[in-house]
Design a protein. Structure first.
Length: 202
């Protein structure tokens, strides 16, 4: 559960993802990012049974996750275009939901379900953004990738991903994922980079 929901006013953040047959890993990924400070998670579900109200994914989440929203999709294009399309569609859905609920979601990001945001000095995402991406100087911030390998594991272990895989490459990747202000979003090149209405980016 996102503890920030009980701490008065804060800048709401939404997380978007697409998944196909990744049900085993979603529960941990969802709980991790809700605890980090994301208020809502939008999952574009490409499973074969995604239109079934009793689908595996819906059974997995059930009523335990009122802040997780499942959007069934079919016949998505290849990966790069799929991710780009999900970012655009997710922003539109967030805005429609905000209008219906009188919420105001300020921040959004797209992550794959094998990607975890790791903050070194901040307990919550919103505190990190306040320190490193304040308006009017910044409307988007890039987070560099780190590649984590197999940790020499050759068999599946019933443990969280964050415990099973703890060894990474020494150097960070040049590729990033972006967290951006929704009201500044114009379009995206792909799931890594967004184009803003203005140009304040860190």
């Amino acid at each position: 559960m996102n503890e920030l929901l009980n701490v008065g006013e804060h800048e709401r953040a939404a997380l978007c993802t697409g998944q196909k047959n990744e049900d085993w890993y979603l529960h941990e990924w969802i709980n991790y990012h809700l605890a980090l400070g994301f208020d809502d998670i939008y999952i574009f579900d490409d499973n074969d049974d995604n239109t079934d109200p009793d689908s595996k994914l819906r059974q997995l989440l059930s009523a335990d996750h009122p802040h997780v929203h499942i959007i069934p999709v079919q016949h998505l294009p290849k990966k790069a275009k799929k991710q780009s399309a999900i970012v655009d569609a997710c922003i539109k859905i967030i805005k429609r939901r905000d209008a219906a609920t009188n919420d105001k979601t300020v921040w959004a990001s797209f992550l794959d379900t094998d990607e975890y945001v790791s903050l070194k000095k901040h307990r919550y995402l919103q505190y990190f953004l306040q320190d490193h991406c304040p308006l009017p100087h910044c409307a988007s911030i890039g987070l560099n990738w780190h590649w984590f390998g197999t940790s020499n594991a050759t068999y599946y272990a019933n443990q969280p991903v964050t415990q099973r895989f703890q060894y990474r490459e020494r150097t960070q990747e040049e590729l990033i994922k972006s967290i951006f202000r929704i009201d500044e979003y114009r379009c995206n090149t792909n799931a890594h980079f967004v184009h803003l209405k203005s140009n304040p980016t860190n």
